[in-house]
Design a protein around this ligand. Structure first.
Ligand SMILES: [Zn+2]
Ligand SMILES: [Zn+2]
Length: 887
């Protein structure tokens, strides 16, 4: 038997058991066709670095589900992985290169990719290690990286299939261009910031008469790309101008004035400049109106040759120069302050430019249709349900997805161009010749795919698709996709679309969305605010189980979590409480070993002491409740209930009463103590895996060999509720006993009775009197009440006794003043307090009579004063009653 240390040392315990679980292969499920597996594919963290609290929450919630299902005997697969995180990773490595005075262009594509791999391999190890510290019981033998050969093949296969179906096309569209990253980024990757800028009113002279048209813009330099001025056809102010032409100042291009009903007559002057090359709305209009499209920017954000004399200038320098030239010519009519939202690159914070560009797109509408049906038809449930509406709303208005990125790090687009015949070869495996003319001179598209393209295939690509593997047949569709609500569109929606498209089946049955972690005050955690809590540091300081407890207890799906030192301390305190309670049980078992079969016999014995019947009844109710909560994804509430049971009912009451009985030989509480400890440890294991394993193994050593059969709590059966144990009568009696003890303790505290002092008490009850009387010793010991009498109400002594009377639900407690307090001193105390309260009452009454105060002060302040007054009046009444009792 191993000696159990006095205090819980998480670090050592955690490492020991994680290694043990790994060695035993518990994380790898056995494929068993007779059983339905439970499967979670881990959202792959970006390979860009340290895990944050969001990852800790994800890992904890998924581990809770996986451990729970594993203990229920289901083959439970949790497949871990890491995402190459295209743009995010490339930006990080580029920054490292910049520190060395290098950039990717100097290095060249091949060397640059080598550098990225070097860095990625280091980073991956650290991510794995951090997951292991969190206790994540994922199947490391199946770990995947998005750039591994199999997932990469899945990516190419999916691309080619969509292309062949006409669902991937190349086209000119307005995309968001980041001049720093020099790539297109998707709408979702753009961060909108509200800024105060200017609205410039520019005059465009008419081409063949006097006068001008004034247009308003926030980006004056884009006038260089204008191909029309548009007005609303119903706008009487401009009727005569439609069909005429204006000349763009400086560059002299002549453009038409057109009518289009999309123009909002209330914006600016009512006449708007049309810049199809740099505005999505204008681009749409240009297609309708057959206007030319001009791109005025180089990839790095400088002006290109279309800008005439401004060519080569940075876009912001150009803006100032354009404004100066307009002003000089008397063509800058006015400048107004203007609040508007401007898109920035989510990775590097550079202001993005909407611009026309040739890119690859997925035609999403046909894919969205099936994905909508999967949710409205009930095949996929979203938890919490309120996100269903958000999902459907987005899917119904979805736009084509730009999937090409001008990056080097990622999956190369499987398209080869032939300069000889100008055709494309689109194929999964690298071709050696053009599929059209057979030329060997072919060039692969330089672009890579949006990271989210490979993420969208994650549930099936990790299981082997496009091959029909055993894993794919057995584990797909998966059970739950657990992730943050902030990536519902980026990721979840796209997995549903691509899963259905590629496999013909949904990727998962349930989407579980967790909230965001905020700081203790509810503020977003950010490096700028300095309120970021690093999970590694939290583990060092409080232990993994405490961190897991802190991020999940009492939380509910989809709601944000406020986390700070208080919750972590609560987690550590709970671990210590469990440790101490368990140590007590262990020492008791060492002193009085229980006989073989004692635990099994518990259910059969009916003549148990009432507190045994009570704790087993409460435990059964707890198990039934936990099962229901877990089935409904209410893990935080389940954990809270287990915590409350263990701390409150088990430690504070059952163990305290059991201590009294341990000195006796009849009815040892040890089998119930051991049984309850074993059961609660198993209930709690999915939430706090390390301390529960450590304590459970110690318990196992101290019980007869046949008691706990499993080799580890991780594969021990999850407790199943037994309604037979539910015992309403025992609950009623014990609730009453607890209430009696509690009320005497409160009275002692209120009247400042010294802790060691015994006081006399008399309990009167009706139908529960015989049962309560049996618990006299517990009441005596725990309330420090002696002599104690438990009588039935008709035996109630004469009314004139000088005593404090406590009226409870099922009983009345009478505490004679004599012996409890010094009557003279107590009277003086009560009288003093009465006089203070009297003064407060008259002060408040005076105040509330003051018409000026009542009419001028905010209603809430007046109400508060009224509440205070009522509170004092109630207190006065109580004090008077107590005084009367004393007299
Ligand atoms: Zn950028
Ligand atoms: Zn060719």
């Amino acid at each position: 038997m191993t000696e159990i240390p006095k205090a819980y040392e998480p670090g050592e315990v955690e490492q020991k058991w994680y290694c043990f679980w790994m060695e035993q292969g518990y994380f790898t499920p056995k494929i068993d066709r007779r059983k339905k597996p439970f499967v979670i594919i881990m959202p792959p963290p970006n390979v860009t670095g340290e895990l944050h609290l969001g990852h800790a929450l994800t890992a904890t919630l998924e581990d809770i589900m996986i451990r729970w299902h594993r203990m229920k005997g289901e083959p439970a697969l949790w497949l871990p992985g890491v995402d190459h995180a295209g743009i995010a990773t490339q930006v990080v490595v580029e920054q490292k290169l910049a520190d060395e005075g290098l950039d990717r262009h100097k290095l060249g594509r091949e060397k640059f990719i080598e550098r990225v791999w070097e860095w990625v391999n280091k980073s991956r190890q650290s991510i794995t290690y951090q997951h292991q510290r969190l206790g994540a019981s994922c199947d490391w033998t199946r770990e995947r990286f998005t750039l591994d050969e199999e997932p990469s093949r899945a990516v190419r296969t999916a691309f080619v299939r969509l292309y062949n179906k006409g669902l991937i096309y190349q086209g000119e569209r307005i995309i968001n261009w980041c001049p720093r990253c020099q790539t297109a980024i998707s709408d979702l990757e753009v961060q909108h910031k509200d800024i105060t800028g200017n609205l410039y009113y520019l005059r465009y002279p008419l081409a063949d008469s006097e006068g001008y048209v004034t247009v308003a813009t926030t980006r004056p330099e884009t006038y260089l790309g204008d191909t029309a001025v548009a007005v609303n056809p119903d706008d009487q102010r401009f009727k005569a101008l439609v069909g005429k032409k204006v000349v763009l100042p400086v560059i002299g291009r002549v453009i038409p004035i057109i009518a289009d009903s999309a123009v909002d007559p209330s914006f600016g002057t009512g006449a708007v400049k049309i810049t199809p090359g740099h505005d999505p709305v204008d681009f749409e209009m240009s297609e309708r109106q057959h206007l030319p499209v001009i791109n005025i920017l180089n990839p790095d954000g400088t002006m290109n040759e279309q800008a005439g004399p401004y060519a080569g200038l940075d876009r912001f320098v150009c803006r100032q120069k354009v404004l100066a030239d307009f002003e000089k010519a008397g063509l800058l009519e006015k400048v107004e302050t203007h609040h508007h939202s401007v898109g920035h690159c989510g990775r590097c914070q550079t202001m993005v430019e909407p611009e026309v560009s040739k890119q690859w797109f997925v035609k999403v509408a046909p894919l969205a249709e099936a994905a909508i049906k999967a949710v409205t038809g009930g095949q996929i449930a979203i938890v919490p349900e309120r996100f269903t509406k958000v999902y459907l709303n987005w899917m119904e208005n979805i736009r084509d997805w730009c999937i090409s990125r001008q990056l080097w790090w990622g999956h190369r687009i499987p398209v080869w161009y032939c300069p000889k015949c100008d055709e494309m070869t689109v194929t999964v495996d690298k071709p050696s010749t053009c599929s059209h003319c057979g030329s060997k001179d072919i060039i692969q598209d330089p672009d890579v795919l949006d990271t989210w393209f490979s993420s969208a295939l994650w549930p099936h690509s990790t299981l082997g698709w496009p091959e029909n593997t055993e894993d794919l047949r057995y584990f797909y569709p998966t059970s739950v996709m657990e992730t943050g609500y902030d990536i519902l569109f980026f990721w979840v929606a796209r997995m549903i679309m691509m899963g259905l498209e590629d496999t013909g089946d949904i990727p998962f049955h349930t989407v579980y969305l967790h909230g965001l972690i905020r700081d203790e005050k509810g503020e977003k955690m950010s490096k700028m605010r300095g309120n970021v809590l690093n999970p590694n540091n939290a583990i060092d300081e409080y232990g993994t189980d405490a961190l897991r407890f802190a991020v999940t207890t009492g939380t509910s799906p989809g709601n944000d979590i406020n986390l700070g030192p208080h919750r972590l301390e609560a987690g550590r305190n709970f671990a210590n409480k469990m440790w101490n309670a368990a140590r007590f049980v262990f020492h008791s078992l060492e002193a009085n070993p229980i006989e073989s079969g004692a635990l099994a016999k518990l259910a059969a014995k009916r003549s148990k002491p009432i507190e045994d019947r009570w704790i087993l009844s409460r435990l059964s109710r707890l198990i039934l409740s936990v099962d229901e909560l877990m089935s409904n994804f209410q893990f935080g509430e389940a954990e809270r209930q287990i915590h409350d049971f263990f701390w409150g009912e088990f430690c504070d009451w059952y163990i305290e009463i059991a201590k009294i009985r341990l000195s006796r030989s009849d009815f040892s509480p040890l089998p119930v103590l051991a049984f309850t400890l074993d059961t609660t440890l198993r209930l709690l294991h999915p939430f706090m895996p390390f301390i529960t394993e450590e304590l459970w193994q110690n318990l196992k050593q101290r019980l007869p060999e046949d008691s706990l059969a499993s080799a580890s709590i991780i594969i021990a059966p999850y407790p199943v509720g037994n309604k037979k144990f539910i015992d309403a009568e025992a609950e009623l009696v014990m609730e009453s006993v607890i209430e009696i003890i509690r009320s005497i303790r409160n009275a002692r505290a209120e009247h400042k009775v010294a802790a060691g002092k015994w006081i006399e008490a008399c309990v009167y009850a009706d139908k529960l009197q015989p049962a309560i009387a049996l618990k006299s010793e517990a009441i005596e010991t725990l309330a420090k009440a002696r002599p104690l009498a438990v009588l039935s109400r008709h035996q109630r002594r004469a009314k004139e006794e000088k005593a404090l009377v406590l009226v409870l639900k099922e009983a009345e407690v009478v505490l004679p003043w004599a012996g409890m307090v010094d009557v003279v001193a107590e009277r003086r105390r009560l009288e003093e307090e009465t006089s203070t309260v009297d003064k407060e009452i008259s002060r408040l009454e005076q105040r509330l009579k003051d018409a000026a105060f009542v009419s001028k002060a905010p209603a809430a302040v007046v109400d508060k004063e009224r509440d205070k007054l009522q509170g004092y009046k109630d207190k006065l009444l109580r004090l008077k009653q107590e005084l009367a009792q004393l007299n």
